[in-house]
Each structure stands twice: as structure tokens, then as C-alpha cells.
Design a protein around this ligand. Structure first.
Ligand SMILES: Cc1cc2nc3c(=O)[nH]c(=O)nc-3n(C[C@H](O)[C@H](O)[C@H](O)COP(=O)(O)OP(=O)(O)OC[C@H]3O[C@@H](n4cnc5c(N)ncnc54)[C@H](O)[C@@H]3O)c2cc1C
Length: 457
């Protein structure tokens, strides 16, 4: 029976679901899959994006782990596509490649002052509090008042982690340095700004409601934002999610506030104009324009400019994909250009053997579950495209590990990940917690390769 040798680049949910679906779909040939991941740990944003106090979502890792543990997929961790291995290498050893490299960077926000000291991207902060090895281990948490720009779930994650008392995060898997950092935070007020009204937010009800359950945090909403126009009323009446969120927000309007030591303010109809600097060039305020409904579900400026004093600002206006060496990239959308997962060249022609799935295929929107339907579509094309697969010179399974060894790449494998996973669980158990993440990359690799079991994290 012929064998499909497939390389998948990126071990987030999209890549792992693609492997899973292909293993079920392949008929008439064997499948052998190598999964390349730049980090020593798999699971992408499920490990390094989903907030640590969302254990139910983090639990999706169990299903992803089952796919890896089935014993058919080989994991090559700590291998970065474009540096440790290239597209030409993959053509030598595989019949096809799927890129599932996701997105880890913040989308730009083009307002004056965005480069000031004290202005941060949400993605960087998320990477910090989720223990990503490639960001600094300390985070400047010295602001009493903070602005968060954006009205999606990432803005809620950032606001919640900033407003929550560090001790309430202790039962989670947050790394020790993150707990220590958050413990020192003097924050009293977190202000969330959204351009549009409460009936147009991109939050989901569960995540919004959760804010109201934070200990010692008052939710502050402003009556002036609830003078709904026709389009908003229609949205509230016809969309169940909007209806539920409207109910939650209205409950907060009725709540007595004033006792809590921290406050989380939601400012709607507030379009950020500028981050204002103090004499040191540090964020001192956010200036915004009050907007109003335009009667068609959108907003227009009113010309009224307001200012709130803050000492830090986080922009949570979306993620953006990164280009991969030798692979076409759409600079405007931040994705690999493709038609249903079949990668296209810059002039719109299909590149045989090259596929994409997940956030790098359709952009950084949607939940983990959406990457499954994505993967289904891409895999269907791989299966149907058998006639145009690459013909590799050396498809043997030893060729790639040998190549990586020749290049001096300290790659890890699935057993290595099991070592690291068990080590993190043991660190957690010793501290009465479920898991404590290892953060430094060197330490992750050492533990994976069995070089040490001592923890410094
Ligand atoms: C802050 C945040 C919170 C979220 N919370 C939720 C939630 O609560 N519920 C939910 O359903 N969804 C949530 N999501 C969305 C969810 O994380 C995504 O839908 C999903 O992770 C996208 O999967 P992916 O595999 O396409 O990308 P990713 O998860 O980003 O995985 C991509 C993988 O590719 C690897 N990679 C990148 N470049 C290279 C390279 N050059 N070489 C090798 N490997 C590479 C990365 O290291 C990563 O492991 C959240 C997203 C964010 C940003």
C-alpha cells in the first residue's frame, strides 16, 4: 500500500485536528505524519492563549493529547520552520505540507501615542501571563488605572486578569513569576473602551457574565450608554447572545457598588483617539471621542472628546498572522493566501502539495472548535489531490531526525513532552496545585530530554 508522508507545521489545535481527521479519512494508502512545532510544548494558543482561569477550555488539551498519544503522529518540538527546516527540506522528504502556524502577534492600532512607554499589546501580555517562553519573565504592573481597548473576548481576558486578585488565580496553572508579578499590582481601576454600543460587542455571554463574579471587583457601567436606538433594540430582541448580555449589563446597572477595592468600568460608544504622554513620555491618559448610533447598527462621531487618566494601556484589537520564509503571505489579511486550504501563489495559482489550516488560513477569529471544520475542508483537498502530491527524494522516517541532528537542532519528541507534562504536574502537586508551568525554554528542553528534573521556575 502506498504511504502519504505528510508534514504539519504548527502543533496548535488546527494542526492536531488536521492530523486526526486525515488519519480517519485516508483510505487506500497508509499515512505517516510528522508534526513540527517551534515550542517544546504542543497545543498552541490552547496552552499559550486561553486564560489560565478557564480550565474547562484548557481541558480541550485532553482531546488533543489523545490524538498525539495514538502513536501515529511524530512530534518534532523546538523546531522552527524557516530556520531549522525549510520548504525545500520538506519537499525532499514528504508528499505534502500543511501550515497551521496560527497567530501570536497583535494587530496594529493606528492612533497617536501607541508607542509610548506603558502602551502594550494584549497578545504580549497574554503570552506573559500564560508563560510563553519567548517573552520576558517580568511585566511592568505599576499602574493604578489601566485602559483596555477592544470589545472582544481577549479584551475581557486581559481586563479580568488585571482586575482579579492574584490569590484568586492560585488554583490555576499560572507560572510562579506571573503570580508574583500580579501580586504586586497596585491596580484599582480597569477601564475597557469600545467604539460601539452594548448591543454590538463581540464578547460572548459566558465571558461577560464571569466579570460580575470576580471577588472584590465592582462592575461599573454607565446609564448614558443604554439609550438604545432601533438597530440596537432589534439586535437585543432577535439575537439570543445579545439578549443575554443585555440582561447581564442591566443587572450590573442595578447593583450597589462602592465596597470593592477594585473596579472594572465598561465604556461603550467610546472611540480611542490618542494615548496622551506625560513629561517622561509615558502613558498618562487615554483620549477618546464619544460616538452615537448611526441608525444602521454602526456608530458616528459626536465630536465630544473626553479623557480618562491611566498609567497603562492595552490594545486588544485582534491578532495578526506572521509570514513564513518561502511561503506566500497576504500582508493585508495576515494569512497564507488559499482557496479552501489549498495554498495559492501571489499570482493566484495553486501551489501543489502546500496547504493551510486554522488561523493562518482564515485569519485570527473564531473558537477552537472552528479549527476542526477548517481542518476538515483542508484535509478533503489533500485526499482528493493525490495526483499532485510531491514526489520526495528520500521519504524514509530517519531522514528528518538525521537532518535535524546534523544541523545541531535540539529537537524534542512526544516522549519529551510527556516528561515535561509529568514534571509540571509534579511541580503543581507539590504546591497543592494542578500544574505549574515551566517557562524558560532551556529548562523546558532540559526536562523534555531528561537532562534534569530540578525546577527553577
Ligand atoms: C487570548 C486568547 C484567548 C482565547 N480563548 C479562547 C477560549 O476561551 N475558547 C476558545 O474556543 N478559543 C479561544 N481562543 C481562540 C483559539 O485559541 C484559536 O481558535 C486556536 O488556538 C487557533 O488554532 P491554530 O492551531 O490555528 O493556531 P495556534 O493555536 O496559534 O497554533 C499555532 C501553532 O503553530 C506554532 N508555530 C507558529 N509558527 C511556527 C513556525 N515557524 N514553526 C513551527 N511552529 C510554528 C505555534 O507555536 C503554535 O503552537 C483564544 C485565543 C486567544 C488569542
Amino acid at each position: 500500500m502506498p504511504t502519504l508522508r505528510l508534514a504539519i507545521v504548527g502543533a496548535g489545535p488546527a494542526g492536531i485536528y488536521a492530523a486526526d481527521i486525515l488519519l480517519r479519512e485516508a483510505h487506500g494508502y497508509d499515512v505517516s505524519i510528522d508534526l513540527f512545532e517551534q515550542l517544546p510544548a504542543p497545543y498552541g494558543l490552547v496552552r499559550y492563549g486561553v486564560a489560565p482561569d478557564h480550565p474547562r477550555i484548557k481541558g480541550i488539551i485532553n482531546a488533543l493529547r489523545d490524538v498525539l498519544d495514538r502513536g501515529v503522529v511524530r512530534l518534532f518540538g523546538n523546531v522552527r520552520f524557516g530556520e531549522d527546516i525549510t520548504l525545500d527540506d520538506l519537499k525532499q522528504h514528504y508528499n505534502a505540507v500543511v501550515f497551521s502556524t496560527g497567530a501570536i502577534k497583535d494587530a496594529d492600532l493606528d492612533i497617536p501615542g501607541v508607542d509610548l512607554e506603558g502602551s502594550y499589546g494584549a497578545a504580549d501580555f497574554v503570552s506573559w501571563f500564560d508563560g510563553h517562553p519567548d517573552v520576558p519573565r517580568t511585566w511592568p504592573l505599576d499602574a493604578e488605572s489601566v485602559a483596555v481597548i477592544g470589545n472582544g473576548n481577549v479584551a475581557l481576558d486581559v481586563s479580568r486578569i488585571l482586575a482579579k486578585h492574584a490569590d484568586d488565580l492560585l488554583p490555576t496553572e499560572i507560572p510562579d513569576n506571573v503570580y508574583q508579578g500580579l501580586k504586586t499590582s497596585p491596580v484599582t481601576d480597569v477601564h475597557v473602551f469600545g467604539r460601539r454600543g452594548p448591543a454590538q460587542v463581540k464578547f460572548t455571554p459566558l465571558e461577560l457574565r464571569e466579570l460580575g463574579e470576580l471577588r472584590d471587583v465592582d462592575m461599573i457601567v454607565y446609564d448614558e450608554d443604554f439609550d438604545h436606538d432601533e438597530a440596537s433594540l432589534t439586535a437585543i430582541q432577535t439575537n439570543k447572545q445579545v439578549m443575554v448580555m443585555n440582561r447581564v449589563l442591566n443587572q450590573w446597572r442595578e447593583r450597589e457598588v462602592g465596597q470593592a477595592s477594585r473596579r472594572l468600568h465598561l465604556h461603550f460608544y467610546a472611540k480611542p483617539l490618542e494615548l496622551v504622554a506625560d513629561e517622561r513620555g509615558h502613558v498618562a491618559a487615554i483620549r477618546y471621542e464619544r460616538t452615537r448610533p448611526d441608525g444602521q447598527g454602526g456608530v458616528e462621531g459626536t465630536g465630544e472628546v473626553r479623557e480618562v487618566a491611566v498609567q497603562a494601556a492595552y490594545r486588544a484589537v485582534g491578532y495578526f498572522g506572521s509570514p513564513l520564509p518561502g511561503v506566500p503571505f497576504d500582508e493585508r489579511q495576515g494569512v497564507i493566501p488559499n482557496r479552501e486550504g489549498q495554498v495559492l501563489s501571489e499570482d493566484g495559482h495553486r501551489l501543489p502539495g502546500v496547504y493551510a489550516t486554522g488561523w493562518i488560513k482564515r485569519g485570527p477569529v473564531g473558537l477552537i472548535g472552528h479549527t476542526k471544520s477548517d481542518a476538515m475542508e483542508t484535509v478533503q483537498h489533500i485526499v482528493n489531490d493525490q495526483a499532485s502530491w510531491w514526489t520526495p527524494e528520500d521519504p524514509s522516517e530517519e531522514a528528518v531526525p538525521n537532518l535535524l541532528r546534523e544541523r545541531g537542532v535540539a529537537f524534542t519528541d512526544l516522549d519529551g513532552w510527556h516528561n515535561l507534562d509529568a514534571h509540571e504536574l509534579a511541580l503543581g502537586e507539590a504546591a497543592g496545585r494542578e500544574r505549574i508551568k515551566v517557562v524558560p525554554r532551556d529548562e523546558m528542553i532540559d526536562v523534555s530530554l531528561g537532562r534534569t528534573t530540578a525546577s527553577t521556575s
